[in-house]
Design a binder for this molecule. Structure first.
Ligand code: TXA
Ligand code: MG
Length: 348
């Protein structure tokens, strides 16, 4: 399949939306930027169109997709009711990086969007291109992150091209995404809402609006059947195995040295602060200052992906404080590492 590429400019913006929307309406897949990561979209009411998303991504079909809308009035087409907590969250955080799980009105969306569940994840993105395209298309658009399943999500059009060129009908290029990590997923079908995936909107911010919530991602990271089906797969992973090094600078340096002695080519993924303290090495990648966790989030996937273009055989990463967006950063890093930690405290 030939993948049509658009680079948005002021002059061609409307024309691009019209062309891309036409493809979506015709049941084709089109990738576009959102404020979190790039998504690969398809008409959420069209079973065959949605099947093309799973196909292009190589994604297991028991993992439901998020439905994207440009206008809140679209929700009533496929949602049974909007609980009061959800209303408050929409008012405060939409458009924005928050996906809200709501009770599904059966029969309106393609069943493969929700993987047969009786709930649906809905999000209104805060990106002018995403909103423009969704508004012109006028249909609910199912859109997971536009990466091959298992890989880090794409934060630039180039990342999407790398993964999906030839596998989807079009890509709308729109620069780098702002947040850099996916939306927070919160289940509002429950008495007490539960965060299923930490993301762009922190638990602290959510609780300031609706009071205490459950953080399922924190509690059941390793559980057998997590309620957000996507949480059980190895995700966000570069080709080389990743380990998170928990310890002081000397311990981190020692792990690098030991691995190099074994013949490994070590990629190092650290804050600017730690980068300054470690001995310089060929594949050391700075994520930014620990003082700005938002910048670390912004760069994480790009850096993880970059390692695939180097000869590294192993990647050692620094853990970050799980505060604010740091919670989401560590959730993704933990998954990239497959839960593999090397801890100083466990050394005898
Ligand atoms: O930021 C984002 O959310 C991006 C951009 C493109 O909007 N999209 C994204 O979609 O990350 P995806 O499909 O990669 O992740 C959706 C997550 C998965 O973990 C999935 O299991 C969960 O949301 N999810 C979707 N619908 C659900 C439902 N009805 N119940 C529980 N979890 C659901
Ligand atoms: Mg994804």
């Amino acid at each position: 399949m030939e993948t049509k590429i658009w680079h948005i400019t002021k002059e061609n913006e409307i024309q691009t939306y019209l062309e891309a929307a036409k493809l979506l309406q015709a049941g084709e897949t089109v990738a576009f930027p959102t404020e979190t990561v790039y998504g690969i979209g398809a008409d959420a009411t069209n079973e065959q169109a949605v099947a093309k998303i799973y196909e292009a991504k190589g994604r297991p079909s028991d993992n439901p997709l998020i439905v994207h809308i440009a206008d809140q009035s679209q929700i009533h087409e496929f949602v049974k009711e909007i609980p009061s907590n959800a209303k408050k969250l929409m008012r405060e955080f939409w458009p924005g990086p928050l996906t809200i799980i709501l009770p599904l009105q059966p029969g309106r969306l393609a069943t493969n969007v929700t993987a047969g569940l009786d709930s649906v994840g809905v999000r209104m993105p805060e990106h002018p291109i995403a909103l423009g395209l969704l508004a012109v298309a006028g249909i609910p658009v199912a859109a997971p992150s536009a990466n091959r399943s298992g890989k880090p999500s794409p934060t630039s059009g180039e990342h999407v091209e790398e993964d999906l060129s030839g596998r989807i009908a079009g890509i709308v290029f729109g620069g780098k995404t702002g947040v850099g990590l996916e939306s927070t997923v919160i289940d509002c079908t429950l008495e007490t809402p539960a965060i299923l995936r930490p993301g762009g909107v922190s638990q602290e911010k959510i609780e300031a609006v609706i009071g205490p919530v459950i953080s399922e991602a924190k509690e059941v990271a390793q559980q057998e059947a997590p309620r957000s089906p996507g949480m059980k797969y190895t995700h966000y992973a570069p080709k080389a195995p990743v380990a998170i090094i928990e310890g002081d600078t000397a311990f981190f340096q020692k792990q690098i040295d030991l691995a190099e002695k074994r013949g490994e080519i070590v990629g190092v993924l650290v804050s600017d602060e730690l980068e300054e303290q470690l001995r310089k090495s060929d594949y050391m990648m700075g994520l930014g200052s620990k003082a700005y966790p938002g910048e670390i989030a912004y760069r994480l996937y790009d850096r993880l992906r970059h390692f695939d273009h180097t000869p590294v055989t192993l990647i050692y990463a620094e853990p970050f404080a799980k505060i604010g967006i740091g919670e989401a950063v560590m959730n993704r890093l933990d998954k990239a590492a497959g839960g593999h930690y090397i801890k100083q405290s466990e050394e005898s």
